[in-house]
Unconditional design. Structure first.
Length: 192
């Protein structure tokens, strides 16, 4: 959900103030369409921004259907080794990411990648830099200033139009990457 929906992780302090992220969502934030072909997460995020995240991925829909019991305190939970139900927290998520990818990575990296990928796709489609940043900000639920300073990699903004076009033309989607993700990986390797 953090990757696909570009959601913040969330924490208990923010949730106490009515601002949610992935780990603090409740079942009442979730709505399924009549045929269970997609789901919408509707919630108030950081800084009071109302967010709607549409989920169409079949695997994620199956997980959401399984977890969306109306009597759970949080939407995302897991069964621990001793059989008890545990709430997913930002600490659990970041610890798991560090174990799987390395200690330099956190959940924020998913949002940074997603914002950079969205801005790169917009630039490849001919959008000027500010419009590309605005599109990334909309995908993230941020302002332009926050997206530009924290979530769009400088290489996406610094690359010339010819570079963006060349990289986009030689990038394709795959079973693991969208075309924008593939292009971003190429751009970052080139700029390293």
């Amino acid at each position: 959900m953090i990757d696909v929906g570009l959601m913040r992780v969330g924490n208990a302090d923010s949730a106490a103030n009515g601002h949610h992220g992935a780990t603090t969502l409740h079942s009442d934030h979730l709505d399924f369409d009549a045929d269970d072909e997609y789901a919408e997460l509707n919630y108030v995020a950081k800084s009071g921004k109302v967010r709607t995240v549409v989920v169409e991925d079949d695997r994620l829909l199956d997980v959401l259907l399984d977890l969306a019991a109306p009597d759970t305190d949080r939407l995302f939970w897991f069964t621990d080794d001793d059989g008890s139900e545990c709430q997913v927290s930002s600490a659990v998520i970041n610890r798991t990411i560090a174990e799987l990818v390395g200690p330099a990575f956190t959940a924020k990296d998913f949002r940074t990648w997603g914002g950079s990928s969205a801005a790169l796709a917009a630039r490849a489609d001919g959008a000027p830099i500010l419009e590309a940043v605005d599109l990334a900000a909309a995908a993230l639920g941020n302002t332009r200033a926050v997206a530009r300073s924290s979530y769009v990699h400088p290489a996406v903004l610094d690359a010339g139009d010819e570079t963006i076009t060349r990289i986009w033309k030689c990038s394709r989607s795959s079973t693991r990457l969208t075309r924008a993700d593939s292009a971003l990986a190429k751009l970052l390797r080139q700029s390293a």
